[in-house]
Design a protein around this ligand. Structure first.
Ligand code: HEM
Length: 491
């Protein structure tokens, strides 16, 4: 006689076999990839230390386009310059969708830019680009705000008096403050409690997004909504962030001058007013809050971590740091502010910054897209709504495009006469219609902060420390350097 537990076991095994066969049948409609199993899909092929090379290794077995099943959901991965370019440039318009997973729907509600799609995305993205352009102009433009914040940062470095310091503690607040200054019109003091809460919330979300809890939420939303865990903290962080932004909006409403907008909130309030009679308008307070959240989410960790890599590479490659210093001291007038235009006179420094971005590849594999119509990629017909990951890391390390893909080599961006040039395969901000909204902003910030620090300080290892590791911490959304200390000694 088979007992109750025996029946349950037989039922579970039968269910798993049926599910396995169903997955094999379904997978015939997609490009090849690791065999999908019930619950884990093809994830068994990923090693635990998910890194830039993970998908490239799998692509050696299956080709430039392959399918990775996450549970019962297929994801198409594109590997190498040609495949990524075909998707993001040739089919730019059809690749503008974002997958609306249960977590994205519950948190972002289809609002803002980063996690929006369709008409809402188009309107909010256009507004964001135009506003950043408007705010970029004039005497008190974005560049001025970056210069001002860099001066506070320099002060923090100087106050350490050349003693060992953790640069992350200064860089993260400085980068958040530049965004605050552009969206709220003011910076915060580094020890302001509200500000610290905001910085921590952004950092938490960045680490939460690629975590197993987020994946579990997307696979079993009904169950996860009721269970405790870090996903509940993610909701709390967002609610806190939104409350801070709402307070800022209320105080702008009292003091703003519609004729002379000073920051993103001012521009947005004007836009709501302007389009109030347009039935197709998506401009409202909820969207404004999400656009601002997106700026912090997309702009803080990416820029801060890139700067941390830049300082770390300078510690590790002292000869390159010395060449940067020589160029800065030879070309720049110490009595003048550094501006983004100066990059044209500083080819070596510019090449170093580009090489930092290429090698550190801060966003690990890039972003998730969804095709908005049926599409043919690398000879495979994919249905509208298919999730596609253009693996940008595989382009930044594509051996057909970079001489020494895994080594720090500023010559990747210098011609034989030492002039700066940039290759098409340099795409840390992605490319096409959904390219990073803050690209110009981030490039300006990376250049000004890096140049100002390297002009004033020699970066050294603390006494007794012989070397520094440039191996990233893997497993998250960003490629983060291991915590390190440096000594910033004024020249
Ligand atoms: C080093 C710094 C940065 C890097 C490497 C970076 C990279 C990226 C990448 C790869 C994407 C995804 C594009 C895609 O969907 O394929 C993106 C999107 C985005 N970024 Fe950045 N980003 C940086 C800084 C910033 C900054 C400073 C801001 C804001 C001021 C910003 C705002 C955004 C927004 C709003 C999006 C969403 C665009 C959309 O979905 O249409 N980013 N970024």
């Amino acid at each position: 006689m088979v007992g109750v537990s025996g029946f349950i076991a037989i039922a579970i095994v039968t269910l798993l076999i049926v599910q396995f066969l169903k997955l094999q049948w379904l997978s015939r409609q997609y490009p090849p990839g690791p065999t999908p199993f019930p619950i884990i899909g093809g994830l068994w092929r990923l090693d635990l230390s998910l890194n830039q090379e993970t998908y490239t290794k799998i692509s050696k077995d299956y080709g430039r386009i392959f399918t990775m099943w996450v549970g019962h959901k297929p994801m198409i991965i594109l590997n190498g310059f040609d495949a990524v370019k075909e998707a993001l440039i040739t089919h730019s318009e059809q690749m503008t969708g974002r997958p609306m997973t249960p977590f994205v729907i519950d948190t972002m509600k289809g609002k803002g830019v980063l996690f929006a799609t369709g008409h809402n995305w188009k309107q909010q993205r256009r507004f964001s680009l135009t506003t950043l352009r408007n705010l970029g102009m004039g005497k008190k433009g974005v560049e001025y705000r970056i210069q001002q914040e860099s001066n506070y940062l320099l002060e923090l470095f100087r106050n350490e008096g050349g003693k060992p310091m953790n640069p992350a503690l200064a860089i993260f607040p400085a980068v958040s403050n530049v965004i605050s200054s552009v969206v709220f019109g003011h910076r915060f003091s580094y020890d302001d409690e509200v500000f610290q809460e905001m910085v921590k919330a952004v950092d938490f979300m960045f680490h939460f997004l690629p975590s197993p809890f987020r994946i579990a939420y997307d696979l079993f939303p009904r169950l996860m909504r009721h269970l405790p865990g870090p996903h509940q903290k993610a909701f709390e962080c967002l609610a806190k962030g939104h409350a801070i932004i709402r307070d800022e909006i209320r105080s702008h409403e009292k003091t703003r001058d519609p004729i002379d907008p000073q920051d993103l909130i001012d521009y947005y309030l004007n836009q709501i007013e302007k389009s109030k009679d347009d039935p197709s308008s998506t401009f409202d307070e909820e969207n404004m809050i999400h656009v601002i959240t997106d700026f912090f989410a997309a702009g803080t960790e990416t820029t801060s971590v890139t700067l941390l890599w830049a300082l770390l590479y300078m510690l590790a490659f002292q000869d390159i740091q010395e060449k940067v210093r020589e160029e800065l001291h030879a070309v720049l007038d110490p009595s003048k502010e550094v501006c983004y235009e100066d990059r044209k006179r500083l080819p070596y420094t510019n090449a170093v910054i580009h090489e930092v971005q290429r090698l550190c590849n801060v966003l690990l594999v890039g972003s998730f897209r969804e095709c908005t119509t049926d599409i043919t990629l690398q000879g495979y017909r994919l249905k509208q709504g298919t999730v596609i990951i253009p693996d940008v890391a595989s382009v930044l390390y594509d051996p057909d495009h970079w001489e020494t893909p895994h080594q720090f080599n500023p010559n990747h961006f210098l011609d034989k006469d030492g002039k700066f040039f940039c290759k098409e395969a340099f795409m840390p901000f992605a490319v096409g219609h959904r390219i990073c909204v803050g690209e110009r902003f981030a490039r300006t910030e990376l250049f000004i902060v890096f140049t100002k620090l390297l002009r004033v300080f020699k970066l050294q290892l603390p006494e007794g420390v012989k070397s520094v590791s440039i191996k990233p911490i893997t497993g998250g959304l960003a490629m983060v350097p291991q915590p390190y200390k440096l000594c910033a000694v004024p020249y």
